[in-house]
Design a protein around this ligand. Structure first.
Ligand SMILES: *Cc1c(COP(=O)(O)O)cnc(C)c1O
Length: 487
């Protein structure tokens, strides 16, 4: 067997070195994952510190890998926020699970570039299979087409591009939107609580930020379907064109679920595209006992769920499904001569469904995760996180000077310190912001905040595999201590 040229010829490192450094790094990673608690969750670093610790120009001569690896501890780790820390309770916590890390390792080595089916049949077919596995495990309609993108922001952008493409009369792909007096204003509706990625998609697609209509929510932060209906009717009467609704299953602030069935009814009647943003909460559909909360989900035209949030897959991995792959393809398919192949009519080419040409082999890590956990393994961790959040919420509810400010339907608790008698919202905001600051400065836990109905609230988001009751108990102790309210 002929071997490939040795490293001296290629400039790459010899494989013996690879083995040695890989061993070192795998040990280093294992030690890290064993006790991420030895670091403060948030690094104690100021903007610019890390940049200043780095040389201002790249090295002229090759440096030994051992020197680079040594700098991980010296230079990089002081600037790392520890998403793997069990005290990470901010935003939506997630985990780089061991199977996910291993999948990424192999994916880097195989270096698949999924331009066409033939540039990586394994990528194309594993992506179809893993997204179908997940779809079926969530009891979604069996004919939905799935693809993997980097983020929910991209997935939602693609979905809204498809929504705009559905009516051929608009002809925006060909003619654009500028200088078109024949085009009505195209409107996209979402709730006040929807993620900013909806706004960014509208901005990027040239729909215009002013054409994102934010519908008020009820007292549980769910979109008011009656007000959606009214807004659409008013826009139609004013000569505008209602294009799509983005409903949220698991809002970013409080994990509220919009009334999907009622919204789907409106979309059906109006001939509008329904995109469901379930970036975080969608995985709850893996639990049979939770599915009736999502009635109507199967009527969506598209849906996004991020395995890189609550499915223990390392950043990045977002799944977009649609029941109209033909429309998505019409929005993006474009084959230059140099990419024509004999199998193009029978093989799946994912670049036909997106603005990106090259794509990474993200399905590999998802495959590792889905197989290594199994459906039951995933379900039990997700249930455990929901139970932990309920326990934390119960502590808050039972304490006299604290209150929970949103229903706890998933693994997030929104709450605040509210001493009896205090009613000035500005003062409550300052007190709670100061508590948050002190708690986060401890380095033991990291919480974030949001605003709900004008009130400043603290959030505890459970989503890390390593988070257990003891970590929540510590967060609760730190919170009460920081409030000067130890009982
Ligand atoms: C996190 C989140 C997003 C954005 O996710 P990215 O993958 O970072 O783009 C969108 N929508 C909701 C509801 C989210 O929670």
């Amino acid at each position: 067997m002929r071997r490939t040229p040795q490293a001296a010829d290629t400039g790459d490192l010899p494989l013996d070195d690879f083995q040695q450094h890989a061993d070192t790094l795998v040990r280093w990673i294992s030690a890290y994952l064993e006790t991420p608690e030895r670091y403060p969750v948030l690094p104690r670093i100021a903007p610019g510190d890390l940049g200043r610790a780095l040389p201002s120009r790249m090295p002229d001569a090759p440096e030994p890998l051992s020197a680079i690896i040594a700098d991980l501890d010296r230079v990089i780790m002081p600037g790392v926020t520890h998403w793997n820390h069990p005290g990470f309770l901010a935003y939506f916590a997630n985990t780089a699970s061991v199977p996910g890390i291993l999948g990424e390792l192999v994916s880097a080595a195989l270096n698949q570039v999924g331009i066409l089916w033939r540039t990586s049949p394994a990528l194309a077919e594993l992506e179809q299979t893993t997204t179908a596995w997940l779809r079926d495990a969530m009891a979604l309609p069996g004919d939905w087409f799935g693809m993997i993108t980097d983020t929910a922001s991209t997935s939602t952008l693609l979905a809204l591009a498809a929504a705009r493409e559905r009516d051929p009369a608009l002809d925006i792909r060909e003619r654009g939107m500028a200088g078109r007096p024949d085009l009505p204003r195209l409107r996209v509706y979402c709730s006040e609580q929807a993620h900013s990625s909806v706004d960014k998609a509208a901005i990027t697609l040239g729909l215009g930020h002013a054409n994102v209509v934010r519908i008020p929510t009820d007292d549980a932060f769910r979109m008011r379907a009656d007000l959606l209906d009214a807004a659409i009717r008013a826009d139609r009467a004013a000569g505008m064109r209602p294009l799509a609704v983005v409903a949220t299953l698991g809002t970013t602030s409080s994990t509220a679920v919009d009334p999907l069935g009622d919204i789907a009814d409106v979309c059906t009647r109006e001939g509008m595209w329904l995109h469901v943003d379930a970036a975080y909460g969608g995985v709850l559909a893996l639990l049979p006992e939770r599915r009736r909360e999502f009635t109507g989900l199967g009527r969506a035209d598209s849906l996004v769920v991020n395995p890189h949030k609550w499915l223990f897959t390392p950043m990045d991995c977002s799944v977009l499904w649609t029941q109209h792959p033909d429309v998505l393809r019409r929005a993006f398919s474009l084959t230059p001569e140099y990419l024509r192949t004999s199998e193009q009519d029978v093989a799946l080419t994912y670049s036909d469904y997106s603005f990106q040409l090259g794509r990474r082999f993200r399905a590999l890590k998802l495959w590792f995760v889905l197989r290594a956990f199994g459906l039951e393994g995933l379900r039990s961790r997700i249930r455990h996180h929901c139970a932990l959040a309920q326990r934390f919420a119960a502590w808050v509810t039972q304490a006299s000077n604290w209150e929970v400010l949103a229903p706890v339907g998933m693994s997030v608790v929104c709450f605040r310190y509210h001493p009896t008698g205090a009613s000035d919202e500005g003062a409550l905001e300052r007190v709670n912001a100061a508590i948050l600051e002190r708690v986060n400065a401890s380095g033991r836990v990291f919480l974030s905040h949001t605003k709900l109905a004008g009130r400043y609230v603290l959030r505890v988001a459970v989503g890390n595999l390593r988070t257990e009751e003891a970590h929540l108990a510590e967060a609760w102790r730190l919170l009460r201590e920081s409030a000067g309210d130890p009982d």
